[in-house]
Design a protein around this ligand. Sequence first.
Ligand code: ADP
Ligand code: MG
Length: 697
Amino acid sequence: MYLKGVGPARAAMLETKGLKTVEDLLTCAPFRYEDRSNVKTIRDLAPGEMATVLAEVRSSKVAGFRRRNLGLFQATFTDDSRGVLAGKWFHGAYLADILTPGQKVALYGKVEFDSYSGHLAMMHPEYEILSDEEDGSDNSLHTGRIVPIYEAAGKVATRALRTLTHRILEGLAPLRDDPLPPHIRDRMKLPDRWTAIQDLHFPPTGSDLRVLNAFRSPAQYRLIFEEFFWLECGLELKRAKARLQPGIWFQLTDRVRERIKEMLPFRPTGAQKRVLSEIATDMAASHPMYRLLQGDVGSGKTLVAAEAAVIAIENGYQVAVLAPTEILATQHYFYFKKLFQKLGYVTILVTGSVSARDKQQLKKLAAAGLAHVVVGTHALLEADVIFKRLGLAIVDEQHRFGVEQRQALLEKGIDKDTPPDVLVMTATPIPRTLALTVYGDLDVSVIDEMPPGRKPIVTKQVTEDKIEQVYSFLQQQVAQGRQAYVVYPVIEESEAQAMKAAQKMHGQLSRIVFPDLRVGLLHGKLKPAEKEAAMDRFQRGEIDILVSTTVIEVGVDVPNATVMVIEQAERFGLAQMHQLRGRVGRGADQSYCILVTGKLSELGRERIRTLVESCDGFYIAEMDMNLRGPGEFFGTRQSGLPALCIGSIIRDADVLEVARNEAAAFVAHPPSDDALRRAAVFIRDHWQRRYGLVQVG
Ligand code: ADP
Ligand code: MG
């Protein structure tokens, strides 16, 4: 369709924002609204009011450092009423090239009296360039009403998008089609699609600005709901399809139960029992298991994974355990080896740094089926690592594995038609509905209970200048027979730098601060044997204080360690610090986490406050997501997190919940087979492109 005002250049810019079709433009929601019903001439402005003026730049100047964009940008504006209005923008030097004298603009903001200049002024007003191209265009579209503000697409600014959208809506015959199932729409009293789209862009008069900016107008709610509904339907259909695929039927015999009991060093918690039964049910089913096991650090996920491994092994299958780092793989290896020794299972470790000859040997054990449990890093995924009868793959830390890697793992199964069951463990728990959405194809189990006898970890913030107090505290704890970690951040992905910091600190702590204590060092650049030796010594209590980089973030399990000191805590991410803190508090003694901070940004302060306040991984993950935004939190590439048009999985978590329930009910009990088929076709036609992951068969 040809659109007036969209030439090839603009079309290309729109495309960078994923706006390819008229439909895309119509569903591209304004991210904010402004009430510009109060349009005034400058002469009629009164201090204190929110107003819009249409004016021309008379003069402008930048004060301060232009280069670093720190300058104060000031401009004066005038209009037909001959009034003069000042506008000021801090950090506004970039505006010098935009608001040049003679430029016509619309300004929107709060009017103040600037006693310094004697003029009326607006501080940081919103501005919109009135381009020549649009001269004579209908200003009533842009002022005199509540107007939508869009995110610019390249050089296509909000005003152009508004004009474009308006033109489309004017030119288009009302869309009669409303794909949302009518019984749901009626029950939820949602407006029809066409009305919703119109009101989304140009809210009806009398709309409440606050409601609009909270994304809860009836039109917005309906479109958000709709977006989530189709997404969740797509995921449900995909899951339903997965349940029809053939997998391994593991038998849950009395013997299997006996063997699990034999292995267990503790009585499992209620939560552990519950998730094991969810896992066992999956494993005994005819379709492959694809399950996410969520639980806070130290909640005992690994123990549950070990139970699942026993089920697989007693059924004559092998188990692969995949970990993101060598340290974690090594930890898992020791943990599983210890548990499984009693049962006579053979556990081996395959990592990138095993010598070629040893690796050859290990690979033979795996290929011959002589190794029951093969623990490893990415090295396990290499094509020449072959299993005789792989039945279960346990993957730790979902975040760091991409889709291709998961695929590589599935291909290690006995044959193409018998993929292994997969259990993914993550210590960054997120709300269930969100997990089901973001990790689309996974079912979700949650361990929401800590092993008994755990005392909450006392967390304190200490500023750098009080580091002496931290040292004397460490001294005391060691005198009581405890052990401690001191961790340095990896700065900008440079393990080399962190290593230097850790090495330097190790020197200082071992020679000057604690000459009488045994201070160890652990960082990523050590040879595997050295790492193992350092961890071993710490585990055996032969090291009092372990200085380390974040390599210990996950996996280390030393119950006698009671203090975690995080240096330069402002440089760490929230989830990362929570993980680190989870290294202590594993025994019966009171444990401490000390966050040593330098200069804190506002966000940094918020992160520290969150940790000091709470030990709850769910709360912390939620805060982390809020502080960082979902894109960065999940890492857009790895997860199947779809690019949403209007819904936000954080802001609209409540709508997501409703939509998920409706979608699950709709797919499970569609009003008719035809309705379900229509929905499937609709999803395929309309959502496939954006949600790549939604495959409907
Ligand atoms: P996660 O993998 O969830 O971080 P782990 O499985 O490493 O947790 O368990 C943390 C610690 O708690 C380990 O030392 C583990 O042996 C211990 N543990 C696990 N389950 C229990 C339980 N039911 N009772 C007592 N201790 C447990
Ligand atoms: Mg199964």
